[in-house]
Design a protein around this ligand. Structure first.
Ligand code: ADP
Length: 580
């Protein structure tokens, strides 16, 4: 039994618990999982937009470089340098400037206050007199300009240096820890203009001047004889340009708003008009890079609650499924374990039964043989002794017959083969005969026997032999389990439409909890096993079956003052006539 419990525990219960625990944990993580999936999805959109905007800025630079090359095809470099602002035309937004081969600013446009301000703040830097902090993006457009490579390749080359960098959405950054440094990964340089533009023919320099972003587009084609032609775009122009590029791309997301944030985390362009998010706390963010330093493309969820709700729904469904699966596993496991336990018990009982039957057969046979041998050789001259020996032989044969009858009857009735020869008989003499046959022997064994019976007749529709067998079984049990109190009473009476036969003893009684089980086949209560009384565990099974086959019952109850009472109840004949 313990083995089954251990197997059940190891093979079913513990794995179920572990599985249940793991599954529940997964259910609990649904929100994180869903959030992560959504983040992955939206991150791609943010990355893509960031790359497209960076490319748009570089495209703007290439456009400017093309323009300069066209102008240079008509004008000598130094001539163009002298009148660069006008040559570009009045509609070019931004401040045009030229740096000569010697590093000094040759000419600069001075049309607006913005031009003046730009020059004031950058002249020293452009003329190589002072270093400044800037964010460089260089692209070598020589290939592009010589038209040896297709345009797509040039775009690819340009993009290689500006793959978007995912940045942590600011909501996850703990600024108090000084971790805000991780928010941006754009790298600035501090040097003079000549150093900044060396080693390439084209580029963009982004600068923050008085906290305002300025983009400096510059180009130095080989035919320019060392002149650097530049165009500085002030914040206003950069913003307008980004807005235009954004609407040209026209990014749209389902259930989310994608936007471009400037260095102050304020929106420059958004996909959802009128969306008012918590700008500083996007769902995902991607940094555009050095072309637009500290600018980000960001995504906000339009319905953040929806994510929580779907996570809750998924978790709930999962928990329900897990509970159902666990219940099924545990129920199935318990069922199998219980069945195995029952089978084991039955196997054990059957083994006991075989050894008990062999023993019970052997004991009477041994004494029959012994006394028969004594009588055969005429070695017992005393007639009283001979008579006693003969009675013992008769009694032991009876015991054998009873035993064999029980076993055979059980086997037959188990297959529903027990055939009764029922007639209407008076049961009173049947009861009396059984009592007398047993009581002689019981008195010999020192039992106090008491017989109380109502007057006859007890008419019943019954098989007299079968009823006799019930009584013999009950009386022999009363003898077997008598213990030290050798006292047996048989009480037969009629009450209403029924006959009651009670067999009472003062014996060891049936332990609590076993009252019904003693009627199960092969079941023998532990007390009787311990007191070493021989038996098969079949007597009561058969007796009850016979009683029930006669429309009656056989019940046990403990007797007041100790001992057992077995009550056989049978219907009187008038009430059974219609039944069989
Ligand atoms: P057996 O006596 O061969 O074991 P039974 O079916 O007649 O089988 O009885 C089943 C069990 O019921 C017995 O093993 C015993 O434990 C218990 N029992 C039966 N009759 C009595 C009794 N009169 N007093 C105490 N226990 C009894």
């Amino acid at each position: 039994m313990r083995r089954i419990a251990v197997i059940f525990l190891v093979a079913v219960f513990v794995p179920s618990l572990v599985l249940g625990f793991l599954a529940l944990r997964t259910a609990g993580e649904q929100r994180v999982i869903l959030e992560r999936q959504a983040a992955e999805l939206y991150q791609k959109d943010a990355d893509q937009l960031a790359a497209q905007l960076a490319e748009a800025v570089l495209g703007r630079q290439r456009e400017f470089a093309d323009r300069v090359r066209v102008l240079l095809s008509n004008l000598k470099p130094f001539r163009l340098a002298g009148d660069f602002g006008n040559a570009l035309g009045p509609h070019e937004p931004g401040t045009a400037f030229v740096v000569g081969p010697d590093g000094a600013v040759v000419a600069a446009q001075m049309r607006t206050r913005e031009d003046a301000r730009f020059l004031r703040e950058n002249e020293a830097f452009l003329s190589n007199r002072a270093s400044a902090e800037f964010f460089p993006t260089q692209q070598n457009t020589l290939n592009y300009l010589s038209n040896t490579a297709p345009l797509a390749n040039a775009t690819q080359n340009a993009l290689q240096g500006i793959s978007p960098r995912r940045v942590q959405p600011q909501k996850n950054v703990d600024i108090s820890n000084g971790q805000d440094a991780q928010v941006s990964r754009v790298a600035s340089l501090t040097s003079r203009f000549q150093t900044a533009t060396s080693g390439a023919s084209d580029g963009v320099l982004a600068r923050f001047s008085q906290n305002e972003l300025v983009l400096i587009l510059w180009t130095r084609p080989p035919e320019a004889d060392g002149y650097v032609f530049g165009l500085a775009l002030p914040t206003r122009t950069v913003r307008a340009f980004v807005r235009k590029a954004f609407s040209a791309i026209d990014p749209k997301l389902r259930n989310a708003c994608i936007a471009v944030l400037d260095e102050n985390a304020l929106p420059v362009a958004t996909s959802e008009l009128g969306f008012q998010g918590d700008w500083k706390h996007p769902f995902v963010a991607s940094e555009i890079g050095e072309t637009l330093p500290h600018w980000e493309t960001v995504v906000y969820l339009l319905h953040p609650d929806q994510l929580v709700r779907s996570a809750r729904l998924v978790a709930l469904t999962l928990i329900l499924l897990i509970a159902l699966a666990l219940a099924a596993i545990l129920a199935g496991g318990s069922f199998v374990a219980l069945d195995a336990r029952r089978q084991l018990l039955l196997a054990q009982q059957k083994t006991d039964f075989v050894s008990n039957v062999s023993h019970e057969l052997k004991t009477p046979l041994t004494s029959i043989r012994m006394f028969a041998e004594l009588l055969e050789d005429d070695r017992v001259p005393d007639p009283a002794k001979r008579a006693r020996y003969l009675r013992i032989i008769a009694l032991e044969s009876e015991r054998l017959t009873r035993l064999i009858n029980n076993v055979l009857d059980f086997a037959r009735s188990g297959k529903k083969h027990k055939i009764y020869r029922k007639t209407v008989v008076d049961l009173r003499p049947v009861i009396e005969r059984a009592w007398e046959a047993q009581s002689v022997h019981l008195r010999d064994a020192g039992f106090a026997c008491e017989w109380i019976a109502d007057d006859p007749p007890y008419p019943a529709h019954a098989d007299a032999d079968a009823i006799g067998q019930v009584l013999v079984n009950l009386l022999s049990n009363a003898e077997k389990y008598a213990g030290d109190q050798k006292e047996i009473t048989l009480h037969a009476r009629r009450a209403g439409a029924e006959i009651f036969v009670e067999v009472l003893d003062r014996g060891i009684g049936v332990p609590k909890g076993d009252e019904n089980r003693i009627f199960e086949a092969f079941h023998r209560s532990n007390d009787s096993l311990a007191s070493n009384v021989q038996g098969t565990g079949l007597g009561l099974t058969l007796a009850r079956r016979i009683a029930e086959d006669h429309g009656g019952s056989l019940e046990y109850r403990s007797r007041e003052g100790g001992g057992s009472v077995f009550t056989l109840r049978l219907p009187l004949a008038e009430h059974t006539e219609n039944q069989s």
